[in-house]
Design a protein around this ligand. Structure first.
Ligand code: SR1
Ligand code: MG
Length: 418
């Protein structure tokens, strides 16, 4: 196959126009294709291509980090991992990821379904839109993909083959290992907290021994607990929504890691959205309904995850772990329920920790999120970010002693009034 060459708006129709699948999906005459580059993420090129028949998304990896430039090389093989993660997610929770039309490994490109009129969930939440389905849809997606990618469900040979396959996603794991678990807690070169008013709390957090130890314990879990196929970058920017549909995109950070990782990252982004609302409201209290919606959504997401995980545990536990032959067949059905309660409790405590450090890195590290960044006035942004940082510390350090989302809701609402 050809040497990798980055696509451009000008070259794309010629380069992809001969593909029979794309002729059928977009239009037979590629000179009629309209191409727009819309990538606003940190890593890749993304094009929307429309033609006489329809439309498609073309996503192409670049051999470097787009956010930083060619000084930070990044392998093209991330596209391979994204493709393989998407195929597994499609099988494990049908209808929740975009359909793939073409995968070209040498060109590091995936052509997939154009989701329209979907918008990025993070953007919708900034705009104050309360999407009715996301808590349930994302709770189901997390439970199904994380349970079904693990030794609770998969045949051991198949699971070990996937463990080996995704183990090569080294460079993207390295990004997470550094940017999420370490950089926020010292003066790393890539850090860029954009609000100088945060300097005192940043100094406090970086001197916080308990926090730094917890961050490294969580990094240890991330690197060593190869439990399931994680999405790896499951935040509100990786979800596309309408009022009626939820889709999950962008699993190029996929790796075998803790079940709790995706859940924690995702929920953290709802808490950040909550604390950012004060920076977006046009009058005090104008976003109170949105705030309540976000905390309710977190509860729905977690409760749905827990209920679906328990359902799959009871009906699909066919892997090498907690085998029914050890429990039910021996006349002790409660043994499996006892084990389930312990497994869920462990996911809960880990999930809180991952959520806490995800909040910190989105404010202190390299990769910020638009929830806070779009609050232009630093005097409005700083209190929002400070409250979120405090919650992150509480979650990471006290996670073994936090027992319910009700307790966290009280903390969150108290911080919001500070
Ligand atoms: C250099 S990549 C920075 C961040 O962008 C991705 O979306 C991941 O979240 C990563 O940590
Ligand atoms: Mg992404």
């Amino acid at each position: 196959s050809q040497v990798f060459t980055a696509l451009s708006v000008e070259t794309l129709p010629d380069r992809l126009g001969g593909n029979a699948v794309l002729k059928a999906k977009i239009g037979a005459d590629s000179s009629h294709w309209n191409v727009r580059e819309v990538g606003d993420g940190n890593l890749n090129l993304v094009f929307i291509v429309t033609g006489d028949q329809g439309a498609a998304i073309v996503k192409q990896a670049l051999p470097y980090v787009r956010l930083v430039g060619e000084s930070w090389p990044l392998p093209l093989k991330r596209s391979f991992f994204e493709y393989h993660a998407l195929t597994r997610q499609a099988a494990r929770d049908p209808g929740m990821v975009p359909e793939i039309y073409v995968f070209d490994e040498a060109q590091a490109l995936i052509v997939m379904e154009y989701l329209t009129p979907h918008v990025i969930l993070r953007r919708a939440l900034i705009d104050g839109r309360a999407l009715p389905r996301i808590g349930r849809d994302l709770g189901l997606f997390a439970a199904r993909t994380l349970f079904r990618g693990s030794d609770l469900s998969m045949a051991t040979r198949e699971k070990k083959a996937d463990l080996a396959l995704f183990a090569d996603n080294v460079e993207l794991c390295d990004i997470t290992e550094n940017l999420v678990f370490s950089d926020p807690y010292f003066e790393a070169a890539l850090n860029r907290h954009t609000t100088p008013q945060l300097d005192p709390i940043v100094a406090e957090l970086r001197a916080d021994r308990d926090l730094k130890v917890e961050a490294q314990r969580l990094k240890h879990l991330f690197s060593a607990k190869a439990e399931t196929l994680c999405h790896g970058d499951l935040h509100t920017g990786s979800v596309m929504v309408t009022d009626d549909e939820t889709r999950v995109i962008d699993p190029e950070f996929a790796f075998y890691g803790p079940i709790s990782f995706d859940v924690g990252m995702l929920i953290a982004n709802f808490w950040m959205s909550y604390f950012s609302q004060a920076g977006h409201e046009t009058a005090p209290g104008a976003r109170d309904g949105m705030r309540a919606y976000l905390l309710d959504t977190i509860e729905t997401l977690w409760e749905t995850f827990r209920a679906e995980f328990a359902h799959l545990w009871r009906t699909e536990r066919k892997g090498i772990l907690y085998q029914a032959s050890l429990f039910e067949d021996r006349g002790d059905p409660l043994a499996a329920e006892q084990a389930l309660a312990i497994v869920i409790d462990e996911i809960w405590r880990e999930m809180l920790g991952f959520a806490g450090i995800e909040i910190h890195r989105r404010i202190l590290g390299l990769a910020h999120n638009a929830d806070f960044e779009t609050i232009a006035d630093p005097d409005r942004r700083a209190p929002c970010e400070t409250r979120a940082l405090k919650l992150g510390r509480h979650l990471a350090v006290n996670r073994q002693r936090i027992h319910s989302l009700r307790d966290i809701r009280e903390t969150v609402e108290r911080l919001e009034k500070e």
